[in-house]
Design a protein around this ligand. Structure first.
Ligand code: WT7
Length: 650
C-alpha cells in the first residue's frame, strides 16, 4: 500500500463513565500507571489472581522471538481455577450457568454441578485413553456440555479444538485431520430457528475421512434418530455414569490448552494455538477489568457461540475463572420472535451484555419498539466485539438497550490475541461512539505507517502490537514458519494484526477493518468502515457494506450495498431519490473523495457464520464477475436475494 489510511470521519460526542460505576469500579486509572512503570510486574500481579500449584520462575522468556513463554516454570490447572477453587471457597451453590434452550427448556447449573460434570467427563475421557497432550475435537451446539467438554479436556491436559456447529463435514474433517484428534465430542443435533438440526450425520461423514479418531462421544440433545457405528458412545452412558471424583493435576504454564481455527478467505485455515498460564491470566483479568464483573451481583451474558474465540474466552475461561453467574443461550435471536434476546435479559435480570455489531445493526433494522417491550432496567454495562461498530449503531445500542446510561465497551481483539487488547475501562474512560479508545494496561498497541514508524495524532496506518502479551498465540499448529510469515514479517519486531487504524487528535484508536478491505481511490486510501458508518448515520439506512471496484479512471471506485430501514419506501422513483440523497450524504459527511460511484439498495448482505460481511463476494457483484466460493456464507441464498432484489443507481 502506497500511502497510509486517510482520516475522514469526525466524531465529537463523548460519554464519561457514570459516577457510581467510576466510584466502585474493579479497575481504576492507576492500573495504566502501574503497567507503564513495570509492565511485567503488572502481569505478574494479574497472574496472582489465579491459583498456581507451582509458582513461575520468570515472567516472560522472549529470548527466541516471536516464540514467547509466559510464567516460565509455573504450573496450574485451568479447570481447578474455573471450578474447584470456587467450590472449595464455599461458593458451590452459586449459579454458574443459567442455560436457556431455544425451544424454551432451561437448566440451572451451579458451580458444584459443573464441577461434578467436569470431573465425570475427565474420568470418562481418561477411560477412553485420552491423555495429556492428545487433541480432542468438540462439535456441539450451545449446550452446557460444550463448556463441560472443554473444561474436562483442560482438566486432563488434553488440547481441545472446538469446531463451530454450523461448519460442514469437510471443514470439520479438515480441522480434525490437521490436529490429528483422537476423539470427537458431538450431539445428535441442536435447535436452530425452531427446528432440530442434525450434527451427528455431519460428524459421521467427517469421521469417515479421519483415521485418527478412535471414539465419538454423543450427547443426546434433540432425540433425533442417528446412525450408530463402532466408535460411537452416548455421553449419558459414559460420562454420566463415570465417577465424580477427580483430582486435577497441574500442567506447565506453556502446556497447549486449545487450538482454534480461523478461516482465512481462501487459504487453508490456521490452527491458532493457545497455552495455559498466560492465556488464563489475561482472559481472567480482562473479564474482571473490562466488564467490571462483580461475582456476587452481576449476571453476565456473552451472546457469542462457543465455537468462536469470544465464547472460549468470555463464556468459558474468563467468566468461570472469576466465579461469575452467566447466561448461555442455545438459539437464534429471532426464535420464536424478534424480542427473544431482550426477553432473556428481562427473565434473568442480566446486568452485562456482550454482543456483536452485526447483531446490533440487525436489531436496528427490526426497530426499537421490540426492545422497548421488555424490562431492560437490570442492565448496567454493554460490550461490543467482532467488527468496527459504526457510531450510529453504538448510539442506538446505548439509547435503546442501555437506557442512555450504560457505558459501552468496544473491545478490539482477535482469535490470535486470545483476550481483549484495546478497550475502554468502564469506570475510567470517557468513551467516543465508534472508538475502541486505548490499549488496556499492560498492552502496547500502536499505529504505524508503511515504514513501521508510529503515526502522530490525527494519522492513520496499520495496527501493530509492539510487545508480547500473556494470551498471545504461541504459533500456528504444526506450522511455525507460517506463524512467523503471517504476523511477524510485515514490520520488524512487531505483531501485524492485519487491521487498519487511525489515531485521533486525542490519541484515541479507531479501527478501520482489515487492510485488505481498504480502497485506493484516485490515490487516496479510504476505509470501507468509514464510508459504511457515514451511510449508517443516515436515518433511512439500517446496514451498509462498501467495496472498492476496479475503475478505469480512479483505480478503484466506491460501491455501496445498502439495506434501507424497515419503514423506508425504496421502490421506483423513491429508491432513485434515496440513492442520490445517500451519495450526497456521504460526500457531505466524509468529503467528495468518498462519494460512492454507485449505491445499490439490497434486502440482505452476505455474512460469514461469525457475522462478518463477506466483501469479497460483493466485489464480485460490483465488478460483474461470477461469484467466488460461497460455502462459508451463513445463508447461501442471500446472494440470489441480492441479485433479484437489487435496485441500482449509477
Ligand atoms: C478481527 C478478528 C475478537 C473476537 C471476535 C473476532 C475485527 C474484532 C473489533 C472491534 C473493530 C474488530 C478485526 C480483527 N474486530 N473486534 N472492536 N473493532 N474491529 O475474532 O474472528 O479472530 O476476528 O475482527 O478486524 O482483526 P476474529
Amino acid at each position: 500500500m502506497s500511502e497510509t489510511l486517510e482520516n475522514l470521519l469526525q466524531e465529537n460526542r463523548q460519554f464519561p463513565p457514570p459516577d457510581a460505576l467510576a466510584a466502585s469500579a474493579n479497575v481504576t486509572a492507576a492500573a495504566y500507571d502501574e503497567a507503564a512503570a513495570d509492565r511485567l510486574g503488572f502481569w505478574e500481579a494479574q497472574a496472582r489472581r489465579l491459583s498456581w500449584a507451582t509458582p513461575w520462575e520468570s515472567v516472560l522468556d522472549w529470548s527466541n522471538p516471536p516464540f514467547a513463554k509466559w510464567f516460565v516454570g509455573g504450573k496450574l490447572n485451568v479447570a481447578y481455577n474455573c471450578l474447584d477453587r470456587h467450590v472449595e471457597a464455599g461458593r458451590g451453590s452459586k449459579v454458574a450457568i443459567h442455560w436457556e434452550g431455544e425451544p424454551g427448556d432451561t437448566r440451572t447449573i451451579t458451580y458444584a454441578d459443573l464441577h461434578r460434570s467436569v470431573c465425570q467427563a475427565a474420568n470418562a475421557l481418561t477411560d477412553l485413553g485420552v491423555t495429556a497432550g492428545d487433541r480432542v475435537a468438540i462439535y456441539l451446539p450451545m449446550i452446557p456440555e460444550a463448556a463441560v467438554a472443554m473444561l474436562a479436556c483442560a482438566r486432563i491436559g488434553a488440547t481441545h479444538s472446538v469446531v463451530f456447529g454450523g461448519f460442514s463435514a469437510d471443514a470439520l474433517s479438515g480441522r480434525i485431520q490437521d490436529a490429528s484428534a483422537k476423539v470427537v465430542i458431538t450431539a445428535d443435533g441442536g435447535y436452530r430457528r425452531g427446528k432440530p438440526s442434525g450434527l451427528k450425520p455431519i460428524v459421521d461423514e467427517a469421521v469417515a475421512q479421519c483415521p485418527t479418531i478412535q471414539h465419538v462421544l454423543v450427547v443426546r440433545r434433540t432425540g433425533q434418530d442417528v446412525a450408530w457405528g463402532d466408535k460411537d458412545l452416548w455421553w449419558h452412558e459414559t460420562v454420566e455414569q463415570a465417577s465424580p471424583e477427580h483430582e486435577a493435576q497441574p500442567f506447565d504454564s506453556e502446556h497447549p490448552l486449545f487450538i482454534l481455527y480461523t478461516s482465512g478467505t481462501t487459504a487453508k485455515p490456521k490452527g491458532i494455538l493457545h497455552t495455559t498460564g498466560g492465556y488464563l491470566t489475561q482472559v481472567s483479568y480482562t473479564h474482571h477489568a473490562v466488564f467490571d464483573l462483580k461475582p456476587d451481583t452481576d449476571v453476565f451474558w456473552c451472546t457469542a457461540d462457543i465455537g468462536w474465540v469470544t465464547g472460549h474466552s468470555y463464556i468459558v475461561y474468563g467468566p468461570l475463572s472469576n466465579g461469575a453467574t452467566q447466561i448461555m443461550y442455545e438459539g437464534t435471536p429471532d426464535t420464536p420472535h424478534k424480542g427473544r434476546f431482550w426477553e432473556i435479559v428481562e427473565k434473568y435480570r442480566a446486568t452485562i451484555v456482550y454482543t456483536a455489531p452485526t447483531l446490533i445493526r440487525t436489531m436496528m433494522k427490526w426497530g426499537e419498539d421490540i426492545p422497548a417491550k421488555f424490562d431492560l432496567s437490570s442492565l448496567r454495562l454493554l460490550g461490543s466485539v467482532g467488527e468496527p461498530i459504526n457510531p450510529e449503531a453504538w448510539m442506538w445500542y446505548r439509547k435503546h438497550i442501555g437506557r442512555d446510561t450504560c457505558p459501552i465497551v468496544d473491545t478490539w481483539w482477535q482469535t490470535e490475541t486470545g483476550g481483549i487488547m484495546i478497550s475502554p475501562l468502564p469506570g475510567v474512560t470517557a468513551t467516543k461512539p465508534g472508538s475502541a479508545m486505548t490499549p488496556l494496561p499492560g498492552i502496547s498497541a500502536d499505529v504505524v505507517d508503511d515504514q513501521g514508524e508510529s503515526v502522530p495524532n490525527g494519522g492513520g496506518g496499520y495496527l501493530v502490537l509492539r510487545e508480547p502479551w500473556p494470551s498471545m498465540l504461541r504459533t500456528i499448529w504444526g506450522d511455525d514458519q507460517r506463524f512467523v510469515d503471517t504476523y511477524w514479517s510485515r514490520f520488524d519486531g512487531m505483531y501485524f494484526a492485519g487491521d487498519g487504524a487511525k489515531r485521533d487528535a486525542d490519541g484515541h484508536l479507531w479501527l478501520l477493518g482489515r487492510v485488505d478491505d481498504v480502497m485506493l481511490v484516485s490515490g487516496h486510501n479510504i476505509s470501507t468502515t468509514e464510508v459504511e458508518s457515514a451511510l449508517v448515520s443516515h436515518p433511512s439506512v439500517a446496514e451498509a457494506a462498501v467495496v472498492g471496484a476496479t475503475d478505469p479512471t480512479t483505480g478503484q471506485a466506491i460501491v455501496a450495498f445498502t439495506i434501507p430501514r424497515g419503514h423506508v419506501d425504496s421502490e421506483g422513483d423513491a429508491g432513485e431519490a434515496l440513492i442520490a440523497e445517500l451519495r450526497n450524504h456521504v460526500a457531505k459527511t466524509l468529503g467528495p473523495i468518498a462519494k460512492p460511484r454507485q449505491i445499490m439498495l439490497v434486502p440482505e448482505l452476505p455474512k460469514t457464520r461469525s457475522g462478518k460481511i463477506m466483501r469479497r463476494l460483493l466485489r464480485d457483484v460490483a465488478e460483474n464477475r461470477s461469484l467466488g466460493d460461497v460455502t462459508t456464507l451463513q445463508d447461501s441464498t442471500v446472494m440470489d436475494l441480492i441479485a433479484s432484489g437489487m435496485k441500482t443507481g449509477k
